[in-house]
Ligand binder design. Structure first.
Ligand SMILES: N[C@@H](CCC[C@H](N)C(=O)O)C(=O)O
Length: 289
């Protein structure tokens, strides 16, 4: 009989993930294996994989182990590695709670973008301390067909280009990555957000994610959008001395983002586990070879 590998499926505002618990980092989760799992027709389907590993068992996070017991080894749907996933970290925390690894209260989670603190209640929305944004100098341009928009370069641990548009439909079908220039602004690729106003401190967005294509939500993207919008609105908390809270609507739901005067950003939104099962190890091996 072939080996069975436990998995769960979860989502945060419909940014969906295959969750693979592997506390001792025993699985060889190659890029091809991740892509096979995320395939929506031949696999389980997801925007990415949340590989659940003890920090002490992973070479990238051993040093973080005293601070954060668990490492969110996040992979994009194409198998590439990313520094951070904002929706993923909420779903990761929900999984740890679901599996009985953690209870209610504050929980530190190691990511490639540093340790993030998650506040877990018994149920309901989850709030994550996302850290501070970096705003690299220099304007960038996002293009789709005839349209070119100036965009803001925002780094939330991972790279984003935020473009304010008149109509979200102008972003087109987003089947392929929208060109962003100059190319050397993002040597490792970029997530691109298109934003429209919905009301005071309220915006809506679409996103094309590096490594996953258009998704129904992106948590780091929503934070990048809130930061860029606050600068555009003259509401930079470091300047005004008051927190700026933005409601960000995405195709898959709503996230609320607050940036404090010290630059720390908090994101609040849902996280849901929808299923659990077993992967046929033989299928995975064949899918990869
Ligand atoms: N969906 C995520 C972001 C995942 C990583 C991203 N595609 C990248 O490559 O940087 C989120 O919710 O933040």
């Amino acid at each position: 009989m072939s080996t069975r590998i436990a998995f769960l499926k979860g989502h945060g505002t419909e940014n969906d993930f295959v969750i693979v618990p592997d506390p001792e980092n025993a699985l060889d989760l190659s890029p091809a294996a991740v892509a096979a799992l995320c395939d929506r027709r031949a696999g389980i389907g997801g925007d990415g994989v949340l590989h659940v590993v003890r920090s002490a068992a992973h070479p990238e996070t051993r040093s973080m182990a005293p601070e954060a017991e668990w490492f969110m080894d996040y992979r994009n749907g194409d198998g590439s590695v990313a520094e951070m996933c904002g929706n993923g970290v909420r779903v990761f925390a929900r999984y740890l709670q679901h599996a009985g690894h953690v209870g209610e209260g504050d929980l530190a989670i190691a990511t490639r973008g540093g340790v993030k603190t998650v506040h877990l209640a018994k149920d309901g929305d989850i709030t994550v301390g996302m850290g501070r944004a970096r705003l690299p100098e220099g304007e960038v341009t996002v293009s789709v067909g005839e349209h070119n928009w100036p965009a803001r370069n925002v780094n939330m641990g991972n790279p984003h280009a935020v473009a304010f548009v008149d109509d979200l439909a102008h972003a087109g079908n987003l089947y392929s990555a929208p060109p962003v220039s100059p190319a050397d602004a993002y040597p490792h690729g970029v997530n691109v957000e298109f934003v429209v106003d919905r009301g005071p401190r309220h915006v809506a967005m679409r996103v094309h994610e590096r490594g996953s294509g258009e998704t129904r939500s992106c948590g780091t993207g929503a934070c990048a959008v809130a930061v860029a919008t606050a600068r555009r609105d003259g509401a930079d908390p470091a300047v005004t001395g008051t927190p700026a809270t933005y409601t960000v609507d995405l195709p898959g739901g709503r996230l609320v983002i607050t940036e404090r005067p010290d630059g720390e950003i908090e994101m609040t939104g849902p996280a849901v586990i929808v299923a659990e099962g077993e992967i046929d190890g033989e299928w995975l091996e064949n899918a990869v070879n």
